[in-house]
Design a protein around this ligand. Structure first.
Ligand SMILES: [Zn+2]
Length: 228
């Protein structure tokens, strides 16, 4: 009783994430309700992007303070948190991608007489899946893509949202005012938040970024070499 409510870094990230969904909704200038929703492989992007503000100096110095001493979180800790972001990415990315690609392979194949056990083995071999790793979701428990139409062939969407997030975050990082650049922020609201589903997401991103999305920033974020 009477004590501060403390939250973990994960929870703080979730706050920023959900705040992203909120900002996306509140910024809407859409007239017709049917176009005021999200698009499957795009709708987590705005909220994931908002998470990036958590580790900016402004937020750190203003909010990440010790609840008793009022001291700002030590820089070394922030460095550690940022370094830890690439931990285990090889594993995480591979197990995820195996499932995402398998999802597409299943949905592009003729299902008659298909033996999932054989199909899974053959497809993984074709993908050069390292035998040390398993897919995040083996076929019998891949509820996402078989329990309804929503995620069928769309499991890749999580990573696509990550591609957009990293690329957009890098645009902020490289702008004169960083994450608090007014021009970038105005573009964010205008192109990525306000139109909701009235503009094709591909076009909306292009309007924001000045080009199509590229995977390079995501590769850098995950600590991988960028393919030439
Ligand atoms: Zn979300």
């Amino acid at each position: 009783m009477g004590e501060s409510v403390l939250i973990s870094w994960d929870d703080a990230e979730t706050f920023f994430h959900e705040f992203g969904h909120a900002l996306h909704s509140l910024s809407s200038n859409v007239k017709y309700p049917s176009l005021n929703g999200g698009v499957r492989d795009y709708t987590e992007f705005q909220s994931q992007l908002l998470e990036r503000w958590l580790s900016t100096d402004k937020v750190i110095n203003q909010f990440l303070k010790h609840h008793e001493t009022d001291e700002v979180i030590p820089k070394e800790l922030i460095v550690k948190i940022k370094k830890a972001a690439t931990f285990n990415q090889g594993f995480t990315t591979t197990e995820y991608l195996a499932s995402a690609l398998m999802d597409m392979e299943y949905h592009m194949s003729d299902p008659s007489n298909l033996d999932p056990d054989v199909f899974e083995k053959e497809t993984l071999a074709k993908l050069n899946m390292p035998k040390e790793l398993v897919m995040r979701h083996r076929s019998p428990h891949f509820g996402h893509v078989f329990s309804g139409e929503g995620y069928a062939t769309a499991y890749y969407g999580y990573m696509w949202a990550d591609v957009l997030t990293s690329d957009a975050a890098e645009a902020f990082e490289q702008s004169p005012g960083g994450f608090y650049d007014q021009e970038m922020s105005a573009k964010l609201v205008k192109h990525l938040f306000a139109p909701r589903n009235t503009v094709d997401p591909e076009q909306a991103f292009r309007d924001f970024r000045g080009r199509d999305a590229k995977i390079d920033a995501l590769m850098r974020d995950r600590g991988f070499p960028v393919p030439k």
